[in-house]
Write a protein that binds this ligand. Structure first.
Ligand code: ADP
Ligand code: MG
Length: 252
């Protein structure tokens, strides 16, 4: 006789759980409250867009999720484990294993080749040179830049540089990509390429993506959107995942 030991519909633990998260900054002798008891869950495999006016705490939220800033109070859990209380050393190991970052300004090192830039997150791992090169080749292939591996960042367009940054964010095969206005410096065609790449990473490779954006077109590709204002979520919406419109419209 068979017994059912698992519940097929049991919800998995969220990737992130925030409970009562508080974050403040000191500005002179004034204390600025960014988050006051923020609660939030982020599901594994989500593609979440975070919107809101400048100064509303979007980057702060990404920094907290990525373990490059600390909550002042409350709990921040990753797969059920508290990371708010982790030591600096544990946090940086966790970050290397779990988190990829993509920034508006690409943050590539100008004197290193594309391949060397992408390889950087692997330099602290135990992978051999051959293994690192293979990972770099796979990541560059994925973003469509295999042919540019030996170029310098300055020889690439902005959109290509951002794709290098995405390759760097995924090269260590982390499950989470945190993007801070990844299309903020790009024209529409380049933005669409970045958004399509992020969609592929989310849908085909199961990466969880949290993307801060001002761009409604970027937000439209995300499965879930939240709007931050004055340290609170003021709106939230689910959206059917849709491809961005073609970058080049055919003339009538
Ligand atoms: P957003 O990304 O939504 O524009 P941020 O998260 O960068 O907003 O910043 C939220 C608020 O916190 C802003 O008022 C900003 O000036 C302040 N802030 C951010 N980082 C610091 C810091 N390291 N020290 C002091 N104030 C900060
Ligand atoms: Mg910001």
């Amino acid at each position: 006789m068979q017994t059912i030991t698992t519940l097929p519909n049991a919800a998995p633990a969220p990737l992130f759980t925030l409970r009562g998260v508080c974050k403040r900054y000191q500005r002179g002798d004034e204390t600025v409250t960014i988050f006051d008891r923020l609660d939030m869950d982020i599901a594994e495999g989500a593609f979440l867009a975070v919107m809101g006016p400048s100064g509303s705490g979007k980057s702060t939220l990404l920094n907290l999720l990525g373990g490059i800033d600390r909550v002042d109070a409350g709990e921040l859990r990753f797969r059920g484990e508290r990371i708010d209380a982790a030591s600096e050393a544990a946090l940086s190991r966790w970050r290397a294993a779990e988190v990829g970052f993509v920034f508006q300004q690409y943050n590539l090192l100008p004197m290193l080749s594309v391949a060397r830039n992408v390889e950087l997150p692997l330099m602290l791992t135990r992978l051999s040179g051959a293994q690192r090169r293979e990972r770099v080749a796979t990541a560059l292939e994925l973003v469509g830049l295999a042919a540019q591996a030996q170029r310098l960042p300055s020889q690439l367009s902005g959109g290509q540089q951002q794709r290098v940054a995405i390759a760097r964010a995924i090269v260590a095969d982390t499950g989470l990509i945190l993007c801070d206005e990844p299309t903020g410096n790009l024209d529409r065609a380049a933005s669409d390429e970045i958004l399509q790449t992020l969609q592929v990473l989310n849908q085909e490779f199961g990466k969880t993506i949290v993307m801060v954006t001002h761009d409604p077109r970027a937000a439209a590709v995300a499965g879930r959107r939240v709007v931050l204002e004055k340290g609170r979520f003021i709106a939230e919406g689910e959206a059917p995942v849709q491809a961005p419109a073609p970058a080049v419209a055919l003339a009538a």
